[in-house]
Design a binder for this molecule. Structure first.
Ligand code: NAD
Length: 482
């Protein structure tokens, strides 16, 4: 495939290494700022075809959302339609068609980046970039000879890769990573997942809805330790009801392939156990990707955990070398990376650039969705901040009831003295969309009273956020104020 954008010459204002959501967005903004930009990306699909978009578009956010949507519809057709008075019998799964739809969405969006590069004048280059001293970049096209490029600024945006456990090596067949788990061509009867993090829950949900018996093994005793405790507890209860078998305090110590699948050994406070599964997804986190990226003399320092060291403006230790996205500190989230890419592109162009790390939304795309922004109740307690909490259950939301999704709650946390909103936490329908209002509110340093006085359309799910804000001052209108 030909590189996107207008190529020509080897000197650029900015070279971005990595074309995921951090890199490609930064490249576009830099070009919008009138800079001459190249973006190099090494991604190749299973068939060897190169593509921009990184993990997010090719093997993460986008394909997983496609499968989450399809599997959810399949599940509803079988379990929920009847309650609406729609009889469809037992729905039949055409997994090949489901996967083909997902692949088409991915192709459309990765191709879309090439279109955006072209229209913004970004030179897109497929292959590997390697940073040399003095802002030079060795670019090696797939199957081609290396060439030397130069730039005033280099932005490193090489992302992250799944962590492999030494006792459960990926074999691409029975023991798989998150990408492999998106590509299965048959529903495994018994699916094991190591790690009840974001990936484990999202992918576990997909295959459970399509008929797999899913067991999730999580080393920590607490479910979703990064989320607000009350929200995590509610989500755990709902997942249990759905039949997702989540075993906490279960530390996996071995995984052995046998003729019948994988025998997974784990230990909990009751001893050692073995779980037989047909497939095993290992989802124990991701590590920053810096393999073969940096010449030791380029002057870019790594932390002891392998992240590229940066300051709050994403400057590395080497002059005019920047780093953004999963390869630097902070949550591994596409939108955090994109905002860093924009910030750096603006700073390079001499404009104002800023990322507010205190107000980054998190979303887990399970059913129900889980979303939050700001601080949890546990964090406020630990920091000894005096706060007020208000909650509202979706059970009393007319819209949620009509959607047959009246479970979960919204929780608003506000400063006891100033009333400023400090955190919003949601488990329930469309939580990932609802959290947007909370993000805007917090970005504008809104108080709970501001949210109380904003008119929310009726009947919508957003009323639950309104009522939770009212409940902060025990003034909820459609709930008993305790
Ligand atoms: P994670 O860090 O969210 O969860 C990994 C879990 O594995 C942890 O809870 C950990 O305690 C557990 N674990 C580790 N070793 C274990 C062992 N030996 N036995 C049992 N459990 C073990 O990581 P992830 O789910 O792999 O996701 C990776 C990154 O990708 C995260 O930063 C995540 O935020 C990001 N991501 C985000 C989204 C989203 O925003 N919707 C979706 C997918 C991935």
């Amino acid at each position: 495939m030909a590189p996107a954008g207008a190529s020509g010459g080897s000197k650029y204002d900015v070279i971005v290494i990595g074309g995921g959501p951090a890199g490609y967005v930064g490249a576009i903004r830099a070009a919008q700022n009138g800079l001459r930009v190249a973006c190099i990306d090494a991604w190749q699909g299973r068939d060897g075809a190169p593509a921009f978009g990184g993990t997010c578009l090719n093997a993460g956010c986008i394909p997983s959302k496609a499968l989450l949507e399809s599997s959810e519809l399949f599940h509803r057709a079988g379990h929920e339609f009847a309650s609406h008075g729609i009889r469809v019998g037992s729905p039949e799964l055409d997994l090949a068609a489901m996967q083909a739809r997902k692949a088409a969405i991915v192709r459309q969006f990765t191709g879309g980046i090439q279109g955006l590069f072209k229209s913004n004048g970004v030179t897109g280059l497929f292959g590997r970039g390697h940073l040399l001293p003095g802002n030079k970049v060795r670019y090696t096209p797939h199957g081609g000879e290396p060439e030397l490029l130069e730039a005033d600024h280099v932005v490193l945006a090489t992302g992250s890769t799944p962590i492999e456990l030494p006792f459960a090596r990926f074999d691409g067949e029975a023991i798989i990573d998150s990408w492999g788990a998106l590509e299965l061509t048959a529903v495994p009867a018994r699916l094991g997942v190591i790690g009840a993090g974001v990936i484990g829950l999202e992918l576990g949900s997909v295959w459970q809805r399509l008929g797999a018996q899913v067991t999730v093994l999580e080393a920590l005793d607490r479910f979703l330790a990064m989320a607000d405790g009350q929200i995590a507890k509610d989500a755990q209860r709902q997942f249990k009801k759905q039949g997702l078998d989540i075993r906490l305090g279960a530390k996996v110590t071995a995984a052995e392939r046998g003729p019948a699948g994988v025998a997974v050994t784990y230990e909990d406070d009751r001893g050692r156990h073995t779980l037989e599964v047909d497939r095993l997804i290992v989802a124990v986190g991701r590590r920053p990707e810096t393999r073969d990226l940096l010449d030791p003399l380029a002057g870019v320092q790594l932390s002891d955990r392998g992240f590229i060291e940066v300051d709050s403006d994403c400057r590395t230790s080497a002059p005019n070398v920047w780093a953004v996205g999963d390869v630097v500190r902070g949550p591994m989230l596409a939108h955090k990376g994109s905002e860093e890419g924009v910030m750096v592109a603006d700073l390079i162009a001499g404009r104002l650039g800023h990322v507010n790390y205190a107000v980054i939304p998190s979303v887990i795309y399970t059913t129900p969705e889980i979303a939050w922004v700001g601080q949890t109740e546990e964090q406020l307690k630990e920091a000894r901040v005096a706060y007020k909490a208000g909650t509202f259950n979706f059970a009393a939301s007319g819209r949620a009831k009509a959607m047959e999704q009246a479970a979960g709650l919204v929780k608003v946390l506000a400063d006891a003295t100033t009333d400023q909103v400090l955190g919003v936490h949601i488990v329930g329908p469309m939580a990932g969309e609802l959290i947007g209002e909370a993000v805007v509110a917090m970005e504008f340093e809104a108080s709970a009273e501001d949210l109380q006085r904003v008119i929310h359309a009726h009947p919508t799910l957003t009323e639950a956020l309104h009522e939770a804000a009212l409940s902060v001052d025990r003034r909820a209108l459609h709930a008993i104020n305790h």
